[in-house]
Each structure stands twice: as C-alpha cells, then as structure tokens.
Design a protein around this ligand. Sequence first.
Ligand SMILES: [Zn+2]
Length: 415
Amino acid sequence: MELGKYSFGVGDRFNRQGEAQLSALIMATAEGVEVTPVWNKSNREHNIVHSEPEGTRIEADNAVKNQGWEGPYFVDADHINLSNVDRFIEYCNFFTLDVAMYIGNESPDANVAAFKASCASLGDKVVIPGIEEPIVITDTLLEEVAGKYLAAIKEAGKIYQYIEEIKGKGNFVTEVSMDEVETPQTPVDIFFILKMIADEKIPAQTIAPKFTGRFNKGVDYVGDVEQFAREFEQDVLVIDYAVKQFGLPADLKLSVHSGSDKFTIYPIMAEIIKKHDKGIHVKTAGTTWLEEVIGLAISGDEGLVVAKEIYTKALARKEELCAPYADVIDIDDSKLPSAEEVESWPGEKFGNTLRHIPGHPDYNPNFRQLIHVGYKVAAEMGERYTGLLEKYADVVGACVEENIYERHLKRLFDL
Ligand SMILES: [Zn+2]
C-alpha cells in the first residue's frame, strides 16, 4: 500500500473535524505538495474519550467523500500492541506497532547468537555515504544493541504477523515506533534496529524513533537544535542505506511523532528531506482539540462559558489529567492563570492565550499544555460539549483548518 512521499497524521479526539483537517491538506495539494492524510488515534485516547476505532473510520470516510478527496488516506491504529490491536483491526489500514516497553528486555541466547551471526555479512565496519564516522562492528557493540533492541523488534515481528494473518499482506501500512522512551536512539541504533526489522521480515514503511530533545504535547521543541539537525540527517542517510542493503521497502521513511507544534525544527526537517529528496510522515497529537476550544472561546456566549469551565476543571484536576502524559508535558504551575483571572477574560484573550503563535504576547504554553490534557473534562461534558461544536461548527472548523495549514503544513513543506 502506497503511503505517498509526504503524509501527515492528524489526531481528532471527538471525530468532528475530519473535513476541516482534510481541507487543509487539500490546500497544500493545490499549492503543488501532495500530502496523504492519516487519521491517528491511540488506544489511550480511545479509553479516555470512551470512543471506538470505528468512529475514526467513519469520520475519515465521510470527510473523504464530502470533500471529494481522490488520493489515498489512512486510519492509523496508533501506538498499539498485541493486547489491544483487536479493537482496531477491522477499521484501520495503518498500524503503529509500539514496542518501546520491550526495549532493554532480555533475549534468549539463541536469538542473540542468530543476530550476531547475521551481522557477519556487514564485515568489520560499515561506511554509510554522507556520514563521516564508519560504524565499527565489534562483538561488544552487537551485544549492546541486541541487549537494547532485539526483544523489542522480535515483539514487533509478532504483532506484524498477527495483523498480516488477519488483514493480508500488503493491505496495510506498518510503522514501528519507539518514541515514548527517555533515551533517544542514535543513528547507529537506528541502523541496527532496521537490520533487525529486515531480519523479522517486517515491511516497515515508517519508523518513529525517539529523537534527541523534548517533544512535549502541543508546544515547541525543547533541546539542542543543532544536534537534532545532525542526527535527523544521519537518520535519513541510515534509512537510505538500510533500504538498499537490507531490502526494506523503498518508501521507508521517518515518522516524527511531533506531539504537535515543533515549529523550530519543522524548517530543519524540511531542508534535510529536500536536500536528500526523501519523504516524511509527521504525526501530530490532538491539537485539533485545542482549536475546538479556541473556536468555542472566540464564538463567545455559551462557547466561552464552556471553554472557561474546561480550564477551571482541568486546573482543579491537574494531577489526574497530567498523569498519563507525565513524560511529554512540562507545566510551570506558577505561570498558570487562576480560575478567577480566566473567568474575567473575553473570548479573544482566551483564544490568544491558547493559540500557538510564537512570540504573541498572550500566548502561554503552560495554559496550552494543561488544556491539551484536559480533553477528558470535555469528554465528560458529553453532548453539552459536542452540541456546541455543532452549533459553532463554522468558526471551529476555520480554526482547525488554519492551524493545520498555516502553522504546520506551511512550515513543513515550505509552502
Ligand atoms: Zn508517539
């Protein structure tokens, strides 16, 4: 299944913004850059919202039909494993095999021995075009990478086989993800991970490593930008080499689980993929949900009341809401406005505080991160919330579209 050179993953907590999201991608196509839409929603999100993957499938199909989109599109079972994949099987055609939790698990001696034996063909060093330092193959290095990644990739192999038996070979896109960990994977790690993926016969089309730096939800990149750029370029070169050497799918590309809004590194990524003529998949988190709250706030009246209530409740339940996202948010409590203060705000002020416009005097990334994890509060409001999304659909949809096109696609694809 062809994913296309460029693809963009949009999350949508409440399954209402598919059309607005797609219309942003249609705008990019009109500018000459075709970007395949992928609707991703993780098991964690489904559990928190009490939704099912069928809803995402219906949303995607309807958006595509109503907007007359003729290109490929995908529904991504995001961050799944053997324990929860069944829920997604019927409705998805893109599977993100999350094996982060198996990193560092011990492998049977026979597996390690087989891996080491299969690496004999690499010789004593590997020179990757474009990368100065060769990878010097030693017994110690092989044992080290096997200790870190072999069990994880074996698990990915099991999940892949399970899905393939049900869906049939070639009927879905496979991504292998290891991004939700603390320690980044180096380009050398990626080289061996790809070797293992090839050995497991997983036809991966995207791979999502943990890059250096912090990828917090809904806010900009925090980290060493130069180091990111160097590693990102090396990752691209390693993939290119691995595709040829190990027989992986020719369209294999990096998947950046951006957590959304990594505006600082978007242009860097854009330049590198352009330089090497490579594709990319960028998976965003649920910032569409934030645009819904912005849309409600600037609509005023009941919309603003509900937006404020979401903040007030999220503030009171901060610990509970942040817990599932502990590794991917950094909120400075001292910079969170009080509920009383927010109560006095007009809709514009609320919108400007939440909307991610770098350098805007009202923009507050702490406020934004808290609302980001606050979708559980809106889910609990049920129809009171979704009814307002219907009522203010035009304003909300315009916010969603503008966010994806103006702030994401323009920066990523140099539009
Ligand atoms: Zn991820």
